[in-house]
Design a protein around this ligand. Structure first.
Ligand SMILES: Nc1nc2c(ncn2[C@@H]2O[C@H](COP(=O)(O)OP(=O)(O)OP(=O)(O)O)[C@@H](O)[C@H]2O)c(=O)[nH]1
Length: 340
């Protein structure tokens, strides 16, 4: 444990004083690790440029606030990148849930104002909702990184969203009740660092208050917690057994460990099948939308062609009738010259 002491929780109406579990999700390179480090006030996670992804697995680090409250920060790899393998993603999700045993107090969706918002980022929210239910959006907070670049351009977050907010991002912000915060992870200004982390933690407090102090949990959390508690209790029980040889005790422990690992495997498989089902459904939906767009474009093109053809024919008709009129005029007998 270590890191900076932050004064975000010394407000009179701050919610429960238990530990807080914050999970950062987002596309590789959006600045999850850098944001996690800003929250922790120390370089706990590796953060650097690279398209292949620096964070390879979920990891948890913690810090203590001024009021003595512990904040657990879980950094994740790019779970919703289109290149991510479902088996790996499911294992990581189960691992992350295992770390936040008591539930998740806030999910931080990390976007970067330095990278263009992508389709897959828009789809990620639907995957999260499919895996964890619509309730998960009550726990979401959007974090935009790259505050320094906006500042360099003399822009605010509102200016940026005014010019650069595609429909799926708008929908995400609406789903989160517009809970969003801008982070400059590059700043060396201690006051600025404290202020942006304080703002985020205030949003976390409001999320906790709105959810009546209850962190997000579901049947996956419950199953994993039950399994881990059972393993721990039986290990204690086995340790206290009398009249058994060392070998028998070690065999019993191995059996317990194996049954726990089997349960983890089953849970991971369940998450994987849900994930595959959702991804297939989303891909189908995207393909259908694409097809509908193509059809609409085709119909518009056809209508345009038809109307071009009509215009061409009308112009031809007009020119023909002008020519005919001129010919008639030319053929008509000329009036005698008044001078003669
Ligand atoms: N200018 C600027 N760069 C940032 C900011 N936040 C993160 N970065 C940079 O963005 C790059 C990626 O940051 P990471 O924290 O490694 O991103 P990540 O989402 O954790 O990426 P993976 O660990 O690879 O999944 C690094 O070069 C960071 O220094 C920011 O607020 N401003």
């Amino acid at each position: 444990m270590g890191g900076r002491v932050i004064d975000a929780d010394s407000k009179p109406n701050s919610p429960s004083n238990g530990e807080r579990n914050l999970v950062l999700v987002g596309r590789t390179g959006n600045g999850k690790s850098a944001t996690a480090n800003s929250i922790l006030g120390k370089k706990a996670f590796m953060s650097k440029a690279g398209s292949s992804g620096v964070t390879k697995t979920c990891e948890m680090q913690r810090t203590m606030l001024k009021a003595g409250q512990v904040v657990n920060v879980i950094d994740t790899p790019g779970l919703f990148d289109s290149s991510a393998d479902p088996e790996f993603v499911s294992k990581e999700i189960v691992k992350c849930i295992g770390m936040a045993k008591d539930g998740i107090h806030a999910v931080l969706l990390v976007f970067s104002i330095r990278n263009r918002f992508s389709k897959e980022e828009g789809a990620a929210i639907h995957i999260l909702e499919s895996l964890f239910g619509k309730k998960i959006s009550d726990y979401m907070i959007v974090v935009f990184t790259g505050g320094d670049e906006l500042e360099d351009n003399d822009e605010t977050l509102e200016d940026y969203l005014g010019r650069e907010c595609p429909k799926p991002l708008k929908e995400i912000l609406q789903l989160c009740d517009n809970r969003c915060v801008l982070f400059d992870n590059k700043t060396k200004d201690a006051a600025k660092r404290t202020e942006q982390v304080g703002k985020l933690l205030s949003l976390v407090n409001s999320v906790i208050a709105q959810n009546a102090g209850q962190p997000y949990t579901d049947e996956i959390f419950a199953e994993l917690k039950k399994g881990a508690t059972k393993l721990r209790d039986t290990q204690v029980e086995v340790d206290s057994l009398k009249g058994y040889s060392k070998r028998e005790i070690s065999e019993l422990k191995e059996q317990m460990q194996k049954s726990y690992e089997d349960q983890l495997k089953r849970t991971t498989e369940m998450v994987e099948s849900k994930l595959k089902e959702t991804t297939t459904r989303l891909e189908q939906q995207l393909a259908e939308e694409h097809l509908a767009r193509l059809k609409a474009e085709g119909a518009a093109q056809l209508a345009q062609m038809k109307s071009n053809e009509k215009i061409f024919k009308l112009r031809e008709k007009l020119e023909r009738s002008q020519r005919e009129t001129q010919e008639l005029r030319n053929r008509a007998p000329q009036p005698p010259c008044p001078i003669l």
